[in-house]
Ligand binder design. Structure first.
Ligand code: GLC
Length: 655
């Protein structure tokens, strides 16, 4: 249903629905009436589906806050971020918004999540001349100016030079990025992973991947185009609640898909009518059938970025969006068998989405988890139903940062300590807590680790440290302040020192070094796509450039990012924007790399935009939070048993 008359009573029933039970429908009639305010979605209620709403009463009566319309603005905009110290009381604002604004909505009976998407007028942006948002946001900033513990950025949008000069390469990149846009019911909702017209076998690269869309979203937002990002956030939110099964087993309710595809298909038994189908993949089609743990984390990160860059905080305050955040958090924070605050996941549950020996507690997931928790802490409405969750988020942040800073960090000094570790230590006072055998220090590392600088290792398990350098996790440790300021500097120092290994001819290596020989055979299972120095196994991924740029700007080292961007800029357009490069120094276009890979293009554009507007990078990253460092829930501050954090030998909380 897309603005078409509602079925009787305004509710969808199973009668109206087509057979498939895992798809989001939008009926497109040739003369479909487009409602101005609401995009409705056909949906399916599975008889065995659990009632969705966690908080009880909100669903049946929820109202969606009204949309602030903006005038069309085709000009280039620059966003000037004024970071204002500000605490907003979400609890009252969400509730009052929900009750005050009567906004047309559609929901499914039976306690299921209301399916409501606001219509954004075609061609209009939320950024720019959206006085409503600016005014509303300004008053919030003013109201709370004195009571701050958290920092909220205030994005003021100013029109900059409309003639802003774009290089030939940038122009080409914008054209390609726009060419990758996917529409759903006539509205942009994302970008395909790769749009190479010569590719006869796109596999799933014609889908919108959640993680791949993040740099596209940032490029659009930084360019003053918010509509596509808002649509993406809301549509993927709807997919979150969808039924997903692999051989009759369902994963948790908060799981976000790895990707989705929009299909336009003829409507069963109705000649001349078509429907747009939003078809998510939660890992049930993906190679390896792995649940994408990072999708929900990226979704939360993007939601916060959207608010920061547009000033449209109403989106994150919506009841359905708040529930989406909570479902993701519940899934991540649920009790299990874990002894560590890190998230336990399977191999391939993130950007590296096939077997690469990163099961357990891989750095990438931990860094994104930490970032998402920091985002959620800012965005969660605090009320009776969320107060325990907020406490859990704070506790987890505190424990996670300690754990990572203490146990994942290696530098020359730490490796020397490990080299001299005693093993088989029993008791809570043990120094070698994970029983790491010094023999595990790989030969390459002994000579590789520089005198200055350091990094977070890839993974930590009992008797196992994965010493490989994983770029994404290290960069997000910097961006989110998971690492101490000194560690953050150390990571960039190491990248600079090891430039030829980590950047070489194409930024940046996904991990270093590659698994070779027997190790490759055993750990990857002999994966012919992940051969040494290719793809996930030491390949070079230009999309990592935007994350590197963000980290460099945060650490006041933009010149490093510029150097990397200049390298990429020379080759990417000539090579047709490949997905990844192969060989030890990134000299060849990847063996099976897609061309016109969207996140390569968008990563480049986002880097350029961030370098042009470094003040915006600062609202996308976080500073050290001293409250979190103080916070320890164990309560063992004194007495016979001491808090293990206090007895830990090396102190990593320096500033
Ligand atoms: C590959 C990458 C994954 C990416 C996808 C689409 O599977 O490993 O990270 O999301 O391609 O580009």
């Amino acid at each position: 249903m897309f603005g078409c008359p509602l079925p009787k009573g305004g509710h969808f029933t199973e009668y109206n629905l087509s057979k498939s039970q895992s798809k989001l429908y939008c009926l497109m009639k040739k003369k479909c009436f487009h409602s101005n305010k609401v995009l409705g979605f056909r949906s399916v209620i599975a008889s065995n589906r659990r009632v969705f709403c966690g908080s009880g009463s909100n669903w049946g009566q929820s109202r969606v806050p009204s949309v602030n319309w903006v005038e069309k603005n085709n000009k280039f905009l620059s966003l000037i971020a004024n970071v204002a110290s500000n605490t907003r009381n979400h609890s009252s604002s969400v509730e009052s918004r929900v009750n005050e604004n009567s906004f047309e909505k559609i929901y499914i009976q039976g306690g299921f999540k209301p399916l409501v998407i606001e219509k954004i007028e075609e061609g209009q942006d939320l950024v720019g001349k959206d006085k409503g948002i600016e005014k509303e946001h300004k008053s919030k900033v003013d109201d709370a100016a004195n009571a701050s513990t958290d920092q909220f950025g205030k994005a003021e949008v100013l029109e900059s030079n409309p003639e802003r000069h774009l290089s030939k390469v940038e122009k080409e990149a914008w054209k390609l990025l726009r060419g990758a846009i996917v529409n759903y019911c006539g509205n942009p909702v994302g970008t395909v992973a790769a749009a190479d017209p010569a590719d006869k076998q796109p596999l799933n690269y014609d889908q919108v991947f959640i993680r791949d869309f993040v740099p596209s979203a940032l490029a659009f937002l930084l360019n003053g185009e918010a509509e596509i990002v808002k649509n993406f956030l809301l549509h993927t939110l709807q997919l979150q609640s969808w039924e997903k099964t692999v051989d009759c087993y369902s994963p948790g309710q908060g799981l976000m898909p790895a990707s989705f595809k929009v299909r336009t298909v003829p409507l069963d038994g109705r000649v001349g009518e078509f429907e747009d189908v939003l078809d998510p993949d939660f890992g049930e089609s993906a190679i390896g059938r792995v649940a994408p743990v990072d999708s929900g984390l990226w979704w939360i990160i993007l939601l916060r970025a959207y608010g920061k860059l547009t000033g449209d905080y109403a989106l994150q305050e919506r009841v359905d969006v708040q529930t989406g955040i909570r479902l993701i958090l519940n899934l991540c924070l649920s009790d299990g068998f874990d002894m560590f605050p890190t998230l336990l996941v399977t191999d391939g549950s993130c950007m590296i989405d096939r077997r690469m020996g990163i099961h357990g507690h891989p750095l990438e997931i931990q860094a994104l988890f930490y970032s998402a928790l920091r985002c959620a802490r800012e965005m969660l409405a605090v009320n009776d139903s969320t107060k325990n969750l907020v406490v859990a988020v704070n506790n987890r942040l505190s424990a996670l940062s300690f754990h990572m800073r203490e146990y994942y960090w290696v530098d020359m000094k730490k490796i020397n300590e490990i080299y001299r570790y005693k093993t088989e230590e029993y008791s809570t006072e043990a120094i070698n807590k994970f029983n790491i055998y010094p023999d595990q220090i790989p030969g390459w590392l002994v000579d590789w680790i520089p005198e200055t600088g350091g990094y977070f290792i890839g993974n930590l398990q009992p008797a196992h440290m994965d010493f490989r350098f994983f770029t994404l996790g290290n960069l997000w440790a910097i961006v989110s302040s998971l690492s101490t300021p000194k560690q953050s500097e150390g990571i960039l120092t190491l990248i600079e020192e090891k430039w030829d290994d980590l950047v070489a001819q194409m930024p940046l290596k996904i991990c270093y070094p590659a698994l070779e020989h027997e190790e490759w055979r055993i750990i990857t299972g002999g994966d012919p796509k992940n051969t040494p120095w290719s793809y996930h196994n030491g390949g070079s991924w230009p999309t990592l450039l935007w994350q590197f740029t963000l980290a460099c700007i945060k650490m006041e080292r933009p010149e490093l990012a510029r150097k990397a961007v200049a390298l990429a800029e020379k080759r990417l357009p000539v090579d047709q924007w490949p997905e990844y490069y192969d060989t030890r120094y990134g000299r060849f276009i990847g063996k099976q790399a897609r061309l016109r890979q969207t996140w390569t293009i968008a990563g480049y554009l986002t880097s350029k935009l961030l370098l042009d507007n470094p003040q915006l990078a600062s609202i996308l990253s976080w500073n050290e939070d001293y409250e979190l460092l103080e916070n320890c829930v164990c309560g063992l501050k004194s007495g016979r048993r001491k808090c293990s954090r206090l007895t830990t030998r090396s102190h990593v909380t320096e500033t």
